[in-house]
Design a protein around this ligand. Structure first.
Ligand code: C2E
Ligand code: MG
Ligand code: MG
Ligand code: MG
Length: 283
């Protein structure tokens, strides 16, 4: 009996895999043509100083809208872009787009604004990554000290020596580095101490937990404390309500990002949102 179940299970598994692979291949082609035809664009989500409630930066996030009007989530297409290698071109394009947007925002008077850009592990491991980064900075004339690259904690887990070397080389360009989705991986404290990173980004899951149980804030609290001890900046992501913002602030988290403050928006919307914010600040 166990044997038939096993066989049935196996059959079911491989059949669904077949469908999944076909779907992946289909999406890979759609992504390639979609990118060439301008279906992809970058949106920006503001990051806010919790004590002054003023914007201090934004995260660039990739969007894909197919000709039938449907949005495909980056959580779905980024893995496909990585798997197929298109992420190399796509990631370079996002970086350059975000750099140009930063330059434009600076020309409009947003002088201390920081632009964060997500970097996939596939991009990061590419032998020409550093060259690509240097060229993007040079061509766009974006000031490196106002660019931040977000890498994920899971990336920080593999090949420690390679990562340490890469981070050191990236630092030489002047850009800073944040560890995204922090708290979801298991990096040891001693290892973290060896990494040339500037900021820890508390994962949304732990921000959500803050207002839940009595122990809900313990991970967020730990990350904030860790940042303080290691001399790293901290930002919280996925802040959706005022209570979360207040608890984070009381725990000593200086910066936050989330739907409470602003949703990701197009470049033009960000420009006007920032000038509205500046007017409110001046009033
Ligand atoms: P991430 O880098 O952790 O980005 C944060 C995600 O949380 C974004 O989802 C953002 O829209 C969402 N978010 C922000 N505030 C809130 C909130 O208050 N509540 C909720 N529920 N969600 C919030 P998005 O844009 O769908 O991106 C998903 C993931 O896809 C990103 O997670 C990142 O890992 C990846 N991604 C997006 N753009 C790029 C890119 O240009 N390159 C790479 N390599 N990955 C990207
Ligand atoms: Mg991110
Ligand atoms: Mg994140
Ligand atoms: Mg995330």
């Amino acid at each position: 009996r166990a044997k038939t179940q096993q066989r049935a299970g196996h059959f079911y598994f491989s059949r669904s895999m077949g469908i999944e692979i076909r779907e992946r291949v289909r999406m890979m082609h759609a992504l390639r043509t979609g990118f060439a035809q301008g279906e992809l664009f970058v949106v920006y989500q503001p990051q806010i100083d919790l004590s002054t409630r003023r914007p201090v930066g934004a995260e660039a996030l990739l969007r894909w809208q197919t000709p039938d009007g449907k949005f495909i989530s980056p959580d779905r297409f980024i893995p496909i872009a990585e798997y197929s290698g298109i992420i190399i071109e796509l990631g370079e394009w996002v970086l350059r787009t975000a750099c140009r947007e930063l330059v434009r925002l600076r020309e409009q008077g947003n002088r201390n604004f920081v632009m964060s850009v997500n970097v996939s592990q596939v991009q990061f491991r590419h032998p020409l990554f550093l060259e690509m980064l240097r060229r993007a900075l040079e061509d766009t004339q974006a000031p490196p000290e106002f660019i931040e690259l977000e890498i994920t904690e899971s990336m920080a887990m593999e090949e420690p020596d390679l990562l340490i070397k890469m981070l050191w080389q990236i630092k030489q360009t002047g850009v800073s580095i944040a560890i995204d989705d922090f708290g979801t991986g298991f990096s040891s404290l001693s290892y973290l101490q060896r990494l040339q990173v500037d900021r820890l980004k508390i994962d949304r899951a732990f921000v959500t937990e803050i207002t839940g149980s009595a122990r809900g804030s313990s991970i967020a609290e730990m990350v904030i404390q860790l940042g303080r001890n290691l001399g790293l900046a901290v930002i919280a992501e996925g802040v959706e309500d005022e209570r979360q913002a207040q608890i984070l602030q009381s725990l000593g988290c200086p910066i936050a990002q989330g739907f409470l403050f602003a949703r990701p928006m197009t470049a033009d919307a960000l420009s006007s949102w920032l000038s509205d914010e500046a007017m409110q600040g001046a009033a």
